[in-house]
Write a protein that binds this ligand. Structure first.
Ligand SMILES: Nc1ncnc2c1ncn2[C@@H]1O[C@H](COP(=O)(O)OP(=O)(O)OP(=O)(O)O)[C@@H](O)[C@H]1O
Ligand SMILES: [Mg+2]
Length: 373
């Protein structure tokens, strides 16, 4: 039986258009940005990789966030795994069968396989290893490689991030006939900052794209399934649209919301969000986000959530009450920077700094500014 969890929107056309863009600019990666939880990874996995396979490219995925301390090693590891998949057949017998048979016993009873085929060892220096792996993998698979680097902004957090970017850039350029690449990130700002310090401006290196959020086709499926489960009850599209925007176009969250409505047979989507905001698990999650922050950082976060200009007089006055004396602008700025690095605040394009997750922002708005008074 179909459940809400089975609902998914496929975007093959978008995927193909991305491949065409990549193809048209050899050596230049696409960098797609979108806020957290809107479906970037899902798209790579369910749409872009299948489209790449269809185009006879070999997609290779690496999550740089998962191995934050050693991102280049994470990329190399992903390439090595892919190389194994291409060169080493899954079963042991298969692997042996690829080596030459040296000696077969008289009755065929003892079979002595030769050594596994020799290869020059891969270079140990990660930068060179990357280059060698790309060449070997493309040759072994006889396909161009599509290197999908998820959470690329993680490179901004490592000491040698710039060096890694430079290495990536060099390999992407040198191997442009066999290597194509897509980056995703949730902080365009962090990435632009990082890449601009690593030489020339980001836009010269990668093509920046705003990854489009899901729309009606997703909401319609949720509404249709709801109607199936609850004959005679309807979720209205305009309610779904409004709420989807309100929670920041996060499909997983939207699905959870509709599921919770469905569990109780309710159709008021806005009221559903309100209940969601008060849900114990949700509140526990937000408290956990606040927990590592000091009092001053929390105060700054609250002022931003309440829409106060962070360096404004009113804000500084309110913050003065928190710490007993008027903070310097530099101190506020440093706190904002830390909140950004923690992923709690974001700045989209020319827009002012804001709380990244709109639902979290609503939760914070419900918190009294009394803390600051
Ligand atoms: N096309 C889609 N159809 C249905 N559900 C989707 C779709 N895309 C994403 N989702 C759901 O949204 C949730 C978040 O998706 P995903 O992890 O891909 O987002 P993300 O942008 O990579 O997030 P993060 O910034 O945390 O890495 C997942 O639970 C996924 O099931
Ligand atoms: Mg992701």
């Amino acid at each position: 039986m179909k459940t809400f969890d089975d609902i998914g929107v496929r975007r093959p056309k978008l995927a193909r258009s991305y491949l065409a863009l990549i193809n048209a600019q050899p050596g230049r990666p696409l960098a797609m940005f979108a806020p957290r939880r809107v479906g970037k990874t899902h798209f790579l996995d369910h749409d872009l990789a299948p489209a790449a396979r269809q185009a006879k490219w070999l997609p290779v995925y690496a999550d740089l966030w998962l191995q934050k301390s050693a991102p280049l090693e994470a990329i190399n590891h992903a390439l090595e795994e892919a190389l194994d998949d291409v060169t080493v057949p899954r079963s042991k017998a298969g692997r042996w069968a690829k080596t030459t048979v040296k000696k077969v016993g008289a009755l065929g009873a003892s079979v002595d396989f030769g050594d596994a085929p020799d290869r020059r060892p891969l270079p140990a220096v990660p930068e060179l290893r990357l280059d060698a792996l790309v060449v070997r993998l493309a040759a072994a698979s006889d396909k161009p490689i599509l290197l999908m680097l998820d959470e690329i902004q993680a490179l901004g957090d490592v000491a040698d991030g710039e060096k890694i970017i430079a290495a990536l850039r060099a390999v992407l350029h040198k191997r442009r006939d066999i290597l194509k690449s897509v980056f995703t990130g949730s902080s365009q700002e962090a990435m632009v900052r990082m890449l601009s310090t690593a030489g020339s401006p980001m836009y010269q290196f990668a093509q920046l794209l705003d990854f489009p959020v899901l729309g009606d086709e997703y909401l319609q499926q949720l509404a249709d399934h709801f109607a199936e489960v609850h004959p005679g009850k309807l979720l209205h599209m305009e309610d779904l649209r409004r709420v989807f925007a309100r929670i920041g176009f996060k499909p997983g969250l939207m699905r959870d919301l509709v599921k919770s409505l469905s569990a109780e047979g309710l159709t008021d989507v806005d009221a559903g969000v309100k209940r969601f905001l008060l849900d114990d698990r949700q509140v526990a999650g937000w408290s956990a986000l606040l927990q590592p922050l000091d009092l001053f950082e929390r105060a700054v976060l609250l002022t931003v959530a309440h829409g106060l200009p962070p360096m404004g007089r009113e804000t500084l006055d309110a913050l003065a009450k928190v710490q007993g004396s008027r903070p310097t602008i530099a101190k506020v700025r440093a706190a904002i920077e830390r909140l950004r690095r923690a992923g709690l605040l974001a700045k989209a394009g020319g827009a002012p700094t804001a709380v990244d997750d709109p639902l979290f922002a609503e939760y914070l708005q419900g918190q009294s500014l009394g803390l600051l008074k």
